[in-house]
Design a binder for this molecule. Structure first.
Ligand SMILES: Cc1cc2nc3c(=O)[nH]c(=O)nc-3n(C[C@H](O)[C@H](O)[C@H](O)COP(=O)(O)OP(=O)(O)OC[C@H]3O[C@@H](n4cnc5c(N)ncnc54)[C@H](O)[C@@H]3O)c2cc1C
Length: 189
């Protein structure tokens, strides 16, 4: 069975942004989505660097950026995650996947986190009741399970959730590499 280095649950701004960074860093990445992003209902005019954009278009661009660098997008519902010797097994109705690190980017949905006994706490953002408890790096109480975006308690704005996905991805890559990672491309003149 193929072992991914990173499996990301959620392909909204947080999840797709994380998948873009991990895939572009050469980490074998799979990301999942069951099509319930709150961003699909947004008209976004406050995302730095992007003129007004419809939520569905922002979602699609983000997912395409990640798949361009080799991240595998599975439009499947993740029903469970179980520890196995080396890492984790991710279960969907369509199959199972093995991964070393997991990033939860499930938006306002905490059912999966609760099912896999990741610690949660009360949300502090408007209309967000419950979030996953994380440390400053984005780590949860479970080894190699991280969380980013709305589900990790950040402010519910695309620029912030996408930024948090990228921040946590950099921390995961740095942990795998054993040194701080930077992803800079230089403008060719
Ligand atoms: C009506 C509305 C208007 C908004 N307008 C703006 C705005 O103008 N500007 C702004 O900055 N923000 C706006 N937002 C907020 C914006 O959508 C959020 O800030 C943010 O982008 C959420 O990103 P996320 O990745 O954390 O969550 P989401 O975008 O919700 O993505 C989470 C993804 O995880 C997937 N998922 C969850 N559980 C599973 C599972 N078990 N298996 C597979 N997939 C799973 C879901 O299908 C979903 O696609 C708006 C939100 C709403 C609802």
């Amino acid at each position: 069975m193929k072992m991914y280095e990173v499996a990301i649950i959620g392909a909204g701004p947080a999840g797709a942004s994380a998948a873009l960074l991990t895939a572009k860093a050469g980490k074998k990445t799979v990301f999942f989505d069951h099509g319930k992003s709150m961003t699909a209902r947004a008209w976004v005019e406050n995302h730095y660097g992007v003129e007004g954009i419809e939520g569905p278009a922002l979602l699609e661009i983000g997912q395409n950026q990640a798949t361009k660098f080799g991240a595998e997008l599975k439009k499947e519902d993740v029903t469970d995650i179980q520890a196995n010797g080396e890492g984790y097994t991710v279960y969907t109705e369509e199959g199972t996947y093995e991964a070393k690190h997991i990033i939860l980017a499930t938006g306002a949905l905490t059912q999966l986190a609760e099912k896999v006994e990741v610690e949660t706490t009360d949300g502090s953002e408007p209309r967000i009741n419950k979030v996953v408890k994380v440390d400053a790096a984005g780590k949860t109480n479970k080894k190699n399970i991280w969380a980013a975006g709305t589900v990790a308690g950040v402010s519910v704005h695309t620029i912030i959730t996408a930024g948090d996905g990228a921040r946590v991805a950099i921390n995961v890559i740095s942990e795998i590499n054993g040194e701080r990672y930077v992803d800079h491309d230089v403008l060719q003149k």
